[in-house]
Design a protein around this ligand. Structure first.
Ligand SMILES: [Zn+2]
Length: 349
């Protein structure tokens, strides 16, 4: 049997290993093969050839192809096993972490939590301060939820779906500003206290859904209430590093001119290295016997122990059970807009 009588087949390029093996066998056996090429453009008015395949004896091609296929399928199986082992290892880690976090839960529940692929919270990790709550909780704060639950909270032995504050839509409510004013006057006694409570409620709800017009109202109220201040504190000093000088305060090198020595101070920050700095304060008020506490960038009339009191503050205390359900945020803000000019007619702005 001569070469010319053999059946030939086409081996396209692509699998380098297969090509190498087939061509080596042809060469070892002294079988001539032909190379298929095509002309390609490799530049302006320049052309080259590119190998697209080889015409080789079919029996060599078939043998090497099936050998290569077997080889690849073994590699693929091995990879799949390794993948499965890795996934199982990760799962065991997650199960251990979850079991350590919730030691009282049965292992079947721990497995359910891990396999849910959702974020899991302890009861102390949910609330408006964290932007996470159950449907019922958000309802009590005046919102309905949209979309699928994004997490699960474990309360005792029971699991509840949670929704993030991004999923909230304000509830429709028929409550008017007049209704709320009437209800709260009965509950809190005076308009001053109603306004203070409205500021407190609205301030907390800002962490759920931000109403931009609230902060100027709050600041105005804080300024107007300085006569009720019982304590002012520095909560923290926030600084932003100057981008121009990267916080060094210097822009380029110092230089000498006409015998004078100049420090090349950064123009943007006047050499301080800080682009801006602002101080957050805590204002504690006593209004008609009730204590209130708010954070603001407004400086209090007096400050105690300015330096030593940069302690960790608790922001966003939970609402009391008796305060739920909370009136709609929009109605509270409108009540503030109504009462503020009445109680503080001298607009500081
Ligand atoms: Zn600077």
């Amino acid at each position: 049997m001569t070469n010319t009588q053999e059946d030939f087949g086409r081996l396209p390029v692509g699998d380098g290993t297969l090509t190498k093996r087939v061509l080596k066998r042809c060469r070892d056996a002294g079988i001539a093969y032909s190379t298929k090429t095509e002309i390609i453009k490799i530049g302006r008015n320049r052309y080259g050839t590119k190998t697209t395949g080889y015409i080789v004896p079919k029996h060599i091609l078939d043998e090497e192809r099936s050998r290569r296929e077997d080889e690849l399928s073994v590699i693929e199986q091995k990879k799949a096993i390794e993948r499965a082992i890795r996934i199982e290892e990760i799962r065991i880690c997650q199960l251990n972490e979850m079991a350590a976090k919730f030691p009282h839960l049965p292992s079947s529940t721990v497995e359910r939590l891990v396999d849910s692929n959702r974020k899991i919270y302890a009861a102390s990790e949910v609330g408006y301060q964290f932007g996470v709550g159950t449907k019922h909780y958000w309802n009590q704060l005046g919102f309905t939820v949209s979309g699928e639950p994004s997490g699960i909270v474990v309360r005792g032995n029971r699991l509840y779906d949670t929704y993030s504050s991004h999923q909230l839509i304000p509830n429709n409510s028929r409550l008017t500003v007049e209704d709320l004013k009437h209800n709260w006057l009965r509950k809190y006694g005076t308009e001053e206290l109603v306004l203070a409570q409205a500021i407190r409620f609205a301030n907390r709800l800002q962490k759920v859904k931000r109403v931009s017009e609230f902060y100027p109202l709050k600041d105005r109220w804080i300024i107007g209430n300085q006569n009720n201040l019982v304590e002012g504190r520095v909560t923290r000093i926030e600084t932003r590093t100057c981008w121009s000088c990267d916080g060094t305060g210097q822009y380029g090198d110092d230089y000498e001119q006409d015998g004078d020595f100049f420090e090349n101070e950064c123009w943007d920050c006047f050499g301080t290295g800080f682009y801006s700095s602002r101080t957050l304060y805590e204002h504690k008020f006593l209004i008609k016997g009730t204590r209130f506490s708010f954070h603001s960038y407004i400086c209090p009339q007096s400050i105690v122990d300015e330096e030593s009191n940069l302690t960790r503050q608790r922001f966003g205390r939970p609402f009391e059970k008796t305060e739920l359900p909370v009136p709609p945020q929009a109605v509270i803000v409108n009540l503030i807009k109504e009462l503020l000019p009445q109680l503080f007619p001298n607009d500081p702005s």
